[in-house]
Design a protein around this ligand. Structure first.
Ligand SMILES: *[C@@H]1O[C@H](CO)[C@@H](O)[C@H](O)[C@H]1NC(C)=O
Ligand SMILES: *[C@@H]1O[C@H](CO)[C@@H](O)[C@H](O)[C@H]1NC(C)=O
Ligand SMILES: *[C@@H]1O[C@H](CO)[C@@H](O)[C@H](O)[C@H]1NC(C)=O
Ligand SMILES: *[C@@H]1O[C@H](CO)[C@@H](O)[C@H](O)[C@H]1NC(C)=O
Length: 399
């Protein structure tokens, strides 16, 4: 009786396993199944069971017999050959690239992806987390802030916006503008601009950060984190850190902004990448990505994904940091401010958040045993229950 029971049990297990395996295989292979749920399961299965993205190297390699100059964004030099700088600051990091002139010692080159018409967002950033004189005087860290832009896509508004940009740049000297249309489908060109500019004009910066113009960066926490990385024995090498997407499926729905057709990317899942809202790479990784952009076809217009493709081709993997946000806004609370690095979706409240988050009383709220206990409890409340909108994973409550 007992033996029989065990036998049945074993049989069922084997059956279950086989069914699971068959299902997995079906999901990976059956391209026609394109329900949201199914495409996620298929892509996770691919990511976690197959996890081989070897096709990326060869599929995205630039064909050698290709002649550029046809105005597309898919040419050699990662799409930048045809686009001259309209506004540039070659001396931003010292040196100017000439022999004999020394480069400034720069901890962080901060690239903010902006659009020509977003004057207010840029101003809010300069006045708050992007205030490099504040970072220098209060944190003793050398940071360079630049905004990456194309030109306004609307012909009617282009010349007015352009003259405003020139005026803005005369006042602040922090715009880097290339002559391409600033549209969603040209975001990869903007990504390439950042790595090419960094390579040419600021190669000595220890870290490069790429950020959207509607995020909040807690500069004091970020600088502290970067310094900790530098003081490690291994140094800050091979680092690409942010909010990591693993096994994300390409979106095939035509209505979606992120729609990617099969002929551009036929595989069921993207290589791992960090959310483009804000991530940091170390100097060596920035150099590798630069080289990848010279070798790979940049027709993948989702810039975060293109970054993932470049990194994969160079053998770089992204690392998760629980206080880098992906989409959502961080909860407004001093216990969160004490740890947060980035938070997304702050087009209008950057100034008030900056004041609140850098208030000297913030760090005292979590001081001592009781403070620590209190903040852990608050963070569990804010991050671990699904009825609160959460940016950071529940795990972040225990750090
Ligand atoms: C890049 O890929 C696109 C689409 O897959 C293709 O049309 C284009 O010719 C490729 N460009 C190069 C330089 O290989
Ligand atoms: C930037 O920081 C400096 C130094 O802390 C401060 O004097 C200055 O007022 C700040 N600028 C803005 C626009 O807030
Ligand atoms: C990207 O910019 C180029 C150069 O201005 C332009 O020709 C092209 O149409 C733009 N592409 C998209 C998808 O907007
Ligand atoms: C090809 O891709 C692998 C990772 O999949 C990477 O380790 C390797 O360096 C790449 N080779 C080239 C030539 O890019």
């Amino acid at each position: 009786m007992f033996m029989n029971f065990r036998r049945i049990h074993k049989c069922q297990c084997v059956q279950l396993l086989t069914t699971g395996l068959v299902l997995c295989v079906v999901m990976v292979c059956w391209e026609e199944l394109d329900h949201h749920m199914v495409s996620h399961m298929r892509s996770y299965t691919y990511r976690y069971l197959v996890n081989s993205y070897d096709f990326l190297n060869s599929s995205f390699a630039i064909s050698t017999n290709y002649h550029h100059g046809n105005g597309g964004s898919n040419n050699v030099d990662g799409g930048l050959v045809n686009y001259p700088y309209l506004i540039n600051h070659p001396g931003k990091c010292g040196g100017g690239g000439e022999d004999g002139e020394s480069w400034d010692d720069v901890l962080l080159l901060l690239f903010v992806k902006s659009s020509p018409e977003n004057f207010d967002r840029r101003q809010a950033i300069r006045d708050t987390w992007g205030n490099v004189s504040f970072v220098l005087s209060e944190l003793r860290a050398s940071v360079r802030l630049v905004f990456a832009l194309g030109v306004h896509p609307d012909v009617g508004q282009k010349s007015r916006v352009q003259s405003q940009l020139l005026q803005e740049d005369r006042a602040y000297g922090d715009l880097i503008q290339l002559n391409f249309l600033d549209t969603f489908h040209n975001l990869t060109t903007k990504l390439i601009l950042q790595f090419h500019w960094g390579h040419k004009y600021c190669p000595q910066a220890r870290f490069l950060m790429s950020a959207d113009d509607d995020i909040f960066v807690h500069m004091p926490n970020l600088v502290k984190y970067l310094r900790q990385l530098l003081s490690r024995q291994t140094g800050a090498k091979d680092l690409w850190v942010g909010h990591v997407h693993r096994g994300a499926p390409p979106i095939r729905r035509k209505e979606s902004k992120y729609h990617v057709p099969y002929d551009l990317y036929p595989w069921p899942s993207y290589p791992d990448y960090t959310a483009g809202a804000g991530y940091v790479v170390s100097r060596d990784v920035a150099a590798k990505i630069y080289h990848a952009t010279l070798l790979l076809n940049s027709s993948m217009y989702i810039d975060d994904v293109f970054m993932g493709i470049c990194a994969k081709a160079m053998g770089v993997s992204p690392q998760e940091h629980v206080y880098f946000s992906g989409e959502g806004k961080a909860p407004y609370h001093p216990c969160i401010y004490d740890h947060m690095i980035t938070s997304h979706g702050h087009a209008t409240d950057v100034r008030s958040l900056w004041r609140a988050a850098t208030d000297p009383t913030v760090s005292s709220s979590s001081k001592g045993f009781m403070g620590n206990l209190y903040c852990t409890a608050v963070k569990v409340m804010l991050l671990c229950f699904p009825y609160y909108q959460s940016t950071y994973p529940c795990m972040a409550a225990f750090i």
